[in-house]
Structures are given as structure tokens and as C-alpha cells.
Design a protein around this ligand. Structure first.
Ligand code: PMP
Length: 282
């Protein structure tokens, strides 16, 4: 298996990361996960755009031009012969003696990337999944795709222990997003989701979905909704790069609607598949 460290593609066994890498010690860095369908990155440009933007928000400069980085990722995908999977990339502020203060400018950021095969979660997409509600205990810059994921991990672990696929988070009764996804309700044929503020990560899948809705005259309302609205919604779904459009059919043990994926959720799933299929062919 080949991985990338800075601009070098090498065997995974040859990759070396310093024990004082700030990503390792502080979670001082950002990351991206990009889906690969049939050997081709889906929405690679959008993910890279967000990667650069996340890095900039924490004052790290990506040591490549976007086209260079995209080329390197494509090389890595090719070398590993990935068909359906994902590429993970992260950038840290680099290695230097542990100190909260940023290191001097001559310390270079460290970029790492690897690929893996990941099957589409077809069974869950077909049948839907269970979710639980949890407190959003994260910081106020959730728009940054930061390596600091402890609150997300705690929420996901709690969900898993309850037999749930996802934890849907709320702040003072207003739903923000999932622990690793964006969250939506459908009420009277309208989709509602939290606006892209500092309180959520503006998912690339969310952005694709917004565009799909616009093109198909499906009302897509970016407005925060309450836990009451969530509990009484006609349909619930979450989206992410790996989960796509995932129906939530059970919330805190209670069936959503009739307990099956909703009609509009189904339609969005179809439109989403059409979207990545058309990109593959292009
Ligand atoms: N919110 C959070 C907190 C996430 O971790 C993710 C997935 N990385 C998302 C939303 C969905 O983002 P995307 O559609 O870009 O995968």
C-alpha cells in the first residue's frame, strides 16, 4: 500500500511521523475525506476548496497549489488501484518542541494522505438506520474541519453503544448536525437543515444536495429546527461523503413516520446516485 507524506508517495511501512508532530500532540491540523467512485474522485475540487479554507482559518498554509495536490491524490489513487473507496488527507502545523504557541515560520506543515477501499453502505441506504439525540458539546468553530474530534467521537461512541448509527446533536434544543454528518428533516415536502454557520461543518454532500434540490424544484430551507420538530418530522436523514443520503428510520427508539425511509428521502437518494454516476461518465 502506498501513502503520501508531503510530496512523496511511498510504502506505508516507510512513512515516518515525528512524535512531536503538532497533529499528534494537539490535534493542530485539518483534514478531508473524499469519495472515490469507480476510481474517480467525486467533488474533489469542492473538498480541496474546503481543505484550503479550513487550513487558512487556523493559519496553516497548504504547501501546494490545488492542481498539484489534486494530481498527487490522483497518482495515489492510481498507485493503490482504488475502485470504490476514499482518500483521507490531513495537514498539521508540523513538528517542533511541544509548545502551545505556533512554531516559527521555518517549521514546515506536514501533509499525509492515504486511500482505502470502502463499499457503499447499500443495506443501510436501503433500510435506513437508527439515530439518537445527544448534546452538542463542541466548540464554536465547527465550520473548520479540524483534527480535534473528541466531542464527535464521544457522541458517536454513545450512539454505537445504543445500537445507533448516528448521534444527532443539538444546542439548547436546536439541531445542529450529526456527529459525522449533516442532519435534515422533511416536513410537508420541505427539507430543513441548519444554516451553514460556525455551528456546523458545511458538508460537501450537503452542498451537492442543495444544488440537486434547486435543480429539481425541491424546497431546501436552511433554517435551524428544534428537537420537537425533529421528533415530529415526516422524514429524517443525514448526509456525508461516506453515508451519502442516509435515511433515519428510528429516533431514540421511536419509529420515524411508518418506520421506513421516506418518499422524499428516496427521491434524493436516486438523484444523488444520478449525480455521481454522471460525474463518473463525464
Ligand atoms: N458534519 C460533520 C461534523 C462531519 O464530520 C461530516 C463528515 N466529515 C459532515 C458534517 C459531512 O460532510 P461531508 O458531506 O463533506 O462529508
Amino acid at each position: 500500500v502506498k501513502v503520501m507524506v508531503n510530496d512523496k508517495i511511498m510504502d506505508r511501512s516507510e512513512a515516518v511521523i515525528d512524535i512531536e508532530d503538532r497533529g499528534y500532540q494537539f490535534g493542530d491540523g485539518v483534514y478531508e475525506v473524499i469519495r472515490i467512485y469507480d476510481g474517480v474522485m467525486f467533488t474533489g475540487d469542492e473538498h480541496l476548496e474546503r481543505f484550503y479554507s479550513s487550513a487558512e482559518k487556523i493559519q496553516i498554509t497548504v504547501p501546494f497549489q490545488k492542481e498539484e495536490l489534486l494530481d498527487l491524490m490522483n497518482q495515489l489513487i492510481k498507485e493503490n488501484n482504488v475502485k470504490d473507496g476514499s482518500v483521507y488527507m490531513q495537514l498539521t502545523r508540523g513538528a517542533s518542541p511541544r509548545n502551545h504557541v505556533f512554531p516559527s515560520k521555518d517549521i514546515k506543515p506536514v501533509l499525509t494522505a492515504y486511500t482505502k477501499e470502502v463499499a457503499r453502505p447499500v443495506e443501510s441506504l436501503e433500510n435506513g438506520v437508527a439515530a439518537m439525540i445527544a448534546d452538542d458539546i463542541r466548540w464554536l468553530r465547527c465550520d473548520i474541519k479540524s483534527l480535534n474530534l473528541l466531542p464527535n467521537l464521544l457522541a458517536k461512541q454513545a450512539a454505537t453503544e445504543q445500537g445507533c448509527y448516528e448521534a444527532i446533536l443539538h444546542r439548547d434544543g436546536l439541531v445542529t448536525e450529526g456527529s459525522s454528518s449533516n442532519a435534515y428533516i422533511v416536513v410537508d415536502g420541505k427539507i430543513k437543515t441548519h444554516p451553514a454557520t460556525n455551528l456546523i461543518l458545511n458538508g460537501i454532500t450537503r452542498q451537492v444536495l442543495a444544488r440537486i434540490c434547486q435543480n429539481n424544484n425541491i424546497p431546501f430551507v436552511e433554517e435551524a429546527f428544534t428537537l420537537d420538530e425533529l421528533r415530529n418530522a415526516d422524514e429524517i436523514f443525514v448526509t456525508s461523503t461516506t453515508s451519502e443520503v442516509m435515511p433515519v428510520v428510528k429516533l431514540d427508539g421511536t419509529e420515524v413516520g411508518d418506520g421506513n425511509p421516506g418518499e422524499l428521502t428516496r427521491k434524493l437518494q436516486t438523484l444523488f446516485v444520478e449525480e455521481f454516476e454522471s460525474v463518473k461518465k463525464a
